[in-house]
Design a binder for this molecule. Structure first.
Ligand code: CUA
Length: 229
């Protein structure tokens, strides 16, 4: 989760988020190289006194400064497309979670099991325990098994919301009348925090998401005690 002064991406909890971080770093390296080169050229141009009064064209340099940026863009575009398609891929999910955005809370349904559904509200600051995270902790966490392919179906009941968990690399809009889908695999246990990411009204800031990643056995334990049937 993010802590004070933390400006970078959160530590990944899924292989695809790890890849996203690698891609971010790759893009940053390209960015730094371009900024340095352009900065150097601009400063030399500024400080020297060469004037080319009779210069009309330079075919060679024009070819270079057209083709070079195009090549650089390809080196960013191809890994970007690879990730885009990888993130959209749903490979045989073992668990399906249905999440519905409401003003202003999330409700969850575990459709693979009998009658497991609940609402998840933020814990208000005045009821927060000593070790709680303000504006982030919820009364009912979304418990999911780790090392398991998970599919999340996302929709909304009133206005558009957005279900987001940065550590898992997932974000999808919850749109009334539409079912969106994300899929991920958690490679470690832990609590992964997220917030609604679509301006949805007065309490938009107060409908966080907490995914609790546990072992498959603990998950089955939890689901059997939560099941009402
Ligand atoms: Cu729900 Cu913003």
């Amino acid at each position: 989760m993010p802590t004070w002064g933390h400006l970078g991406l959160q530590d990944s909890a899924s292989p695809l988020m790890e890849q996203l971080i690698f891609f971010h770093d790759h893009a940053m390296v390209v960015l730094i190289l371009i900024t340095t080169l352009v900065g150097y050229m601009m400063s030399t141009l500024f400080f020297n006194t060469f004037t080319n009064r009779f210069l009309l064209e330079g075919q060679t340099i024009e070819i270079v400064w057209t083709v070079l940026p195009a090549l650089i863009l390809i080196f960013i575009a191809l890994p970007s497309l690879r990730l885009l398609y990888l993130l959209d891929e749903v490979n045989n999910p073992s668990v399906t979670l249905k999440t519905i955005g409401h003003q202003w809370y999330w409700s969850y349904e575990y459709s693979d099991f009998l009658q497991v559904e609940f609402d998840s509200y933020m814990i208000p600051s005045n009821e927060l325990p000593e070790n709680g995270f303000r504006l982030l902790d919820v009364d009912n966490r979304t418990v999911l098994p780790m090392n398991t392919q998970i599919r999340v179906l996302i929709s909304a009941a009133d206005v558009i919301h957005s279900w987001t968990v940065p550590a898992l690399g997932v974000k999808a809009d919850a749109i009334p009348g539409r079912l969106n889908q994300v899929s991920f695999l958690m490679n470690r246990p832990g609590l992964f925090y997220g917030q609604c990411s679509e301006i949805c009204g007065a309490n938009h800031s107060f409908m966080p998401i907490v995914v609790e990643s546990v072992s498959v056995n603990s998950f089955l334990n939890w689901i059997s005690t939560s099941s009402e049937a």
